[in-house]
Every structure is written in C-alpha cells, then in structure tokens.
Design a binder for this molecule. Structure first.
Ligand SMILES: Cc1ncc(COP(=O)(O)O)c(C=O)c1O
Length: 369
C-alpha cells in the first residue's frame, strides 16, 4: 500500500504545536495556584469574550449545550412552550430545548445557507421563541428572524456554537437576539481543552439569573435563591481560551481565505457550496460542499489520507430519539435533501495552500455535483 500524508478534518495537534509555550504556561499558572473553580481566570475570560463580541452581559459556562438551556431558563422558557428551530443541526440544539421541558418544532432550511428558513416556521399559540442555528459558521437570515419574532412577540436565542466572530450587518452573531450561546468544544473555531461554553444576553437581569443558575443558584456562598445546577466553566479551560482568543481573528481570516479558494475551485467544477447572505460574514467552522456520490467520495478521500465528514447525515426529526414525535420523512424536504448530500472538507486555519489544493484535486477526481 502506498504511504499517504494525512490531512485530518481538524488538526488540533498542529495548532497546539504553534502556541505550545503560551498554552503550557497558562495551564501551569492555574495548576501552580491550585485554584480550579470560580477564580480570576474565568472572570477575565468572561470580560474578554464579551468585549470581543461587543456585548455587555453574559456568563461563561460548562459547554454549549448547557449554554442553550441556561439561556432558555434565563428567559423564562420552559414546560408548555414551543421553540422554533431547525432539524439540520447537531443534536444538542433540541436536547437543550427538551432539557428545560420545552418542545422544539422545526422549520425547514434555506438551501443556500443551510440555516433555518423563517418563512416555513410553524408558529402557533404555544410558540415562545425562535432558535436559529448559525450552522457551519454562516448566519441565518437574522433580519427576517428578528422581524418575525417582533411581530409574534417571541424571544430569539441564537445557537452560535459554530459561529465565533461571524457577523450579520457587522454585528457579532449571538448578540442580535435576546440571547446567544457558544460552544468552546475543542474542535470549534475557539476551542478549549475540554468542554466549555458561553451565554450572552442583552438584559442585565437575565445575565444575573443565568450566572446564578449555573452556580447552584447561589446568591452568595451558602445562600441559594434559585434551584440551580453546576454548569460552571473551570479555570483551566478559561486559561486555554484566553490564549487562543488572541489568535482567533487571524485564524478566522485564514479560514475565510481557504473557503474562498475552495469556493473558486469547486464552483468552477459545478459544485454547490455555502452561499452566505450578502449581509453576513461567515467564519467557516466547516467547509461544506454538496455531492451526489457521497459514500464513494468519502471512501476515496479516506483512502488518500484526507479526513472528511458529514454534518449532519440524519436530520433531527428522523433521529431514533424523536421517533415518538410522529414527524415522517418528507416533512422537511430541504433539510432532508441537504442531509443526503452535504460533505465537509478540512478547513482548519493551519491547513497549507498546498494541502488545500491536494484536497481539491482529490475531491474533484471522484466527486459528482
Ligand atoms: C450547533 C451546535 N449546537 C450546540 C452544540 C453543543 O455544544 P457542546 O458540545 O459544547 O455542548 C454544538 C456542538 O457541537 C453545535 O455544533
């Protein structure tokens, strides 16, 4: 068998090698002080991430899933309420809605952006909120979402787990609605060395409630004025995130340059790629292209040492966990069509130009539009 150089879908080892001294020192500082929870590093990161987003209020938390549940709880959404969202997302989006006792109801997607198409939203008397997911780091149509929310008196919670530094009309995604949530899962554009997440909100009182909820409902050390939970970010994660945040602008620029190169090569060959709205700046957490022979293309890329993925092959309404909900195949035609055709190619910032071209050459040798 011929030896091939591997190009993983996400190359965290290469990223670590580039910033190792700073990361190691930041972790050593926390370990040296033996202050792991509710310390000054989380507080510093919280302030820095809010400043980076241009947001005023928010809280660091344990992961992107708890961030969604905390945002919903903070906004008073719970049992009996419906939340309009998309079925073309990671499972956590609906999991977090269900965790607070609310019910997700699905809109179909806009096939250009793969994000929720608000014109297909099933809004009814129990609807309390809209949760667009800025999938792949590309904005949902936030002008349309906000207009719809306003006319129906609904809250907007943006699942921005994949959209760090992406914008709509120049404003950071996550900061346009009533609340926005982020995941810092290791492979995300800004990734911790474990689980971590964040909630932003426009409302100071909501932020205070969320900060209490994620810390056992604490008002002070031994006074608990809410029935809360333990969903704090820990100090080591915050230390890693503070180092990486300094590089996020440059990493985002690099992702955008790579996406431009992929776009040029793949659209020239007739492939459909993400088409962000003109008002959006996309951060390409994933680079997604549609293919008609996906299994064959994945196998070919794999044989050539190229990590490719599918985000996501099974729409949420067709997941076994939702089988009892009675939503049949055919209910969300654009979501289902996308799930059958999308394929993700490597786009981490450390990918070289030569590697990007090798991915394109290998892909084009096998894939069909
Ligand atoms: C769209 C979306 N929402 C929510 C989450 C949940 O984030 P976490 O894994 O940090 O809980 C993810 C993470 O993969 C995601 O991609």
């Amino acid at each position: 068998m011929k030896a091939v150089t591997q190009i993983p879908l996400v190359n965290l080892k290469r990223q670590y090698a580039a910033i190792k001294p700073e990361i190691d020192a930041a972790i050593a500082d926390v370990v040296g002080r033996q202050e792991f929870v509710s310390g000054k590093v989380v507080a510093a990161f919280t302030a820095e991430w809010l400043a980076a987003l241009g947001a005023s209020y928010g809280a660091s938390c344990s992961n992107g899933t708890s961030a969604i549940s905390l945002a919903l709880k903070g906004l008073g959404i719970g049992p009996g309420d419906e939340v309009v969202t998309t079925a073309h997302t990671f499972f956590a989006t609906v999991e977090a809605i269900c965790a607070v006792g609310a019910k997700p109801v699905f809109a179909d997607i806009d096939p250009d952006t793969y994000c929720l198409d608000i014109d297909t939203a099933p809004i009814g008397s129990s609807t309390r909120a809209i949760m667009p997911v800025h999938l792949y780091g590309t904005a949902a149509n936030m002008s349309a979402v906000l207009a719809c929310a306003q006319s129906h008196d609904l809250k907007v919670i943006e699942d921005t787990a994949q959209g760090h530094f992406a914008t709509w009309n120049g404003k950071a995604l996550g900061t346009l609605g009533d609340a926005g949530t982020y995941s810092f899962f290791p492979g995300k554009n800004l990734g911790a060395y474990g689980d971590a997440g964040f909630v932003v909100t426009k409302d100071e009182a909501v932020a205070v409630t969320i900060a209490k909820l994620l810390n056992h409902g604490r008002e002070s050390k031994y006074t608990h004025d809410l029935m809360g939970e333990n969903n704090r970010m820990d100090e080591i994660q915050a230390a890693v995130l503070r180092v990486k945040l300094k590089y996020l602008r440059a990493w985002t620029d690099r992702r955008q340059a790579l996406a431009k190169h992929y776009d040029a090569r793949l659209t020239a060959a007739g492939f459909k790629v993400i088409r962000p709205y003109p008002r959006a700046s996309s951060v390409y957490h994933l680079y997604v292209v549609e293919v008609s022979n996906r299994d064959q293309t994945l196998a070919h890329l794999n044989t050539e040492g190229i990590g490719a993925g599918v985000h996501y092959p099974v729409p949420l309404h067709l997941q076994p966990a939702l089988a009892g909900w009675g939503i049949a195949r055919g209910a969300l035609p654009k979501t289902e069509a996308a799930a059958d055709r999308v394929l993700s190619l490597p786009i981490c910032p450390d990918l070289t130009d030569a590697e990007c071209d090798r991915v394109c050459d290998t892909f084009l040798a096998c894939a069909n539009p």
